[in-house]
Each structure stands twice: as structure tokens, then as C-alpha cells.
Design a binder for this molecule. Structure first.
Ligand code: CA
Length: 231
């Protein structure tokens, strides 16, 4: 297991290192204070997970995230400060898998890392599963590819997992609780607001208008369902 932390505060890096040394021995922690170097290290070191600070000396963490997402779907956890909702939403929109609010505890850090790691293990696919077409969106499970009007739509591991759950249950409402449990795991306790942010982003990527959705339908107060391909 390899963790890359892109963070210019030596204290925070030390907390992360200590956390893995104590509680997840054998984890290799690679770090850099530079955003530019961080992008290079994602390519060179192939970490299992990236912990990314948003305030870096050479470039913004958002730009680092954008560059990483051009070539990698490695799980990325962004480090934010308390109550910075704008940063959280923007980070999730740009393809972060989750965020950790500073200061954080060892247990919280590890719980978040475990959840994104489990999510990044893509669901096993049945042989012969055929691509699904929803309007101009084609979801190809075998090729692990989503296209919209012929253009590839890059999805993060979390988005892919959420879409997989919705497709497997298309036509049925998946409650917020079920989605949280299946996509985020049992230990993940969070509000439905979390899911809403992800659905918002997924709809954006699929070109599904939230005011008049044709793909991911809201069941008010309950959850979401994906339309059946022939509906
Ligand atoms: Ca910083």
C-alpha cells in the first residue's frame, strides 16, 4: 500500500506518517510540498491513494486535482479547513473522492482512506454484460467506459461505483441509506447531502438536467432511480 501526500505543512505530513506507521504498518508514505511534483509522483509512483492539500506554494490544489484527473482515477482525498463548504463542493466537482477536514484524528483519516480504497476496487463484471444506452449516453461495463454523444466521459471510482449500483437496479428506487451503504460502506456515517453532491456531479457529466432529469430520477425524500434503458 502506498500513500502520496501533497502538503506543504511538515506538521500535517508528520501526523499522516505517524498515523500509518502506528496503525497501518508497511504502508509506504511518499510526500512532496509541491503541486507540480505531486502530479509527477502520481505518474511515477502509482500510489493507491492521494491526500491532497488545497493550499500549496506553487499551484492550487484544485489545479493539481484537475491535472491528476487527466490521466489517473487514483482515489484523491482533499484536505480542507473546517466549514469551507465551497472548497469541499468544488473539490468533489473536480473529481476528488472525499475530503478530510483539518485537524483530523488518526481514526478518521484511516476510515476515510479505507472507504475510498474499497470503492476504487471496481465491481466485478459478468461476462457478456452488454453496453447500456440511455439517450446519447452509452455505459459499457465490459470496457469500463462511459460515452456521451461518442465522447468519453471520465468517471472517478466513486462515480463509477454509484452508476453501477444504479444501473444494476434500474427502474427501482435506491434509498439514500442503501446507496450510502453500498457505495461508501458500513462505517461511513454521513448525511444524504453527501450523496446529493455526487449525484449532482454525475448528472453534470452525463448531461442530465437536474431540473428535468432523463437518466437519474429523484424519488423525493427517498433516493434515486435510474431509468430503464427502454423507458
Ligand atoms: Ca498548505
Amino acid at each position: 500500500m502506498k500513500v502520496l501526500i501533497v502538503e506543504d505543512s511538515p506538521e500535517v505530513v508528520e501526523v499522516v506518517r505517524l498515523c500509518f506507521d502506528l496503525r497501518w504498518p508497511g504502508t509506504e508514505v511518499v510526500n512532496t510540498p509541491s503541486g507540480k511534483k505531486g502530479v509527477e509522483l502520481v505518474e511515477k509512483e502509482s500510489p493507491n491513494v492521494v491526500i491532497l492539500d488545497l493550499g500549496l506554494p506553487d499551484m492550487s490544489g484544485f489545479d493539481v486535482l484537475k491535472e491528476i484527473r487527466l490521466f489517473s482515477d487514483v482515489p484523491v482525498l482533499i484536505l480542507t479547513v473546517r466549514d469551507d463548504e465551497v472548497a469541499k463542493v468544488k473539490g468533489l466537482e473536480l473529481g476528488a473522492d472525499d475530503y478530510i477536514v483539518k485537524p483530523f484524528s488518526h481514526l478518521e483519516l484511516l476510515a476515510r482512506v479505507r472507504v475510498v480504497l474499497r470503492r476504487s476496487q471496481m465491481p466485478q463484471l459478468k461476462r457478456g454484460e452488454r453496453p447500456i444506452q440511455l439517450g446519447d449516453v452509452i455505459i459499457d461495463f465490459a470496457g469500463r467506459e462511459v460515452t456521451k454523444a461518442g465522447e468519453a466521459v471520465p468517471l472517478t471510482p466513486t462515480e463509477w461505483k454509484m452508476l453501477t449500483e444504479l444501473v444494476r437496479n434500474s427502474g427501482k428506487v435506491l434509498t439514500y441509506e442503501t446507496l450510502l451503504r453500498r457505495v461508501w460502506g458500513d462505517e461511513y456515517v454521513d448525511s444524504t447531502e453527501h450523496i446529493k453532491k455526487y449525484v449532482y456531479r454525475l448528472r453534470q457529466k452525463l448531461g442530465d438536467d437536474p431540473a428535468d432529469p432523463r437518466i437519474i430520477i429523484s424519488a423525493r425524500g427517498m433516493g434515486y432511480k435510474l431509468v430503464r434503458p427502454n423507458e
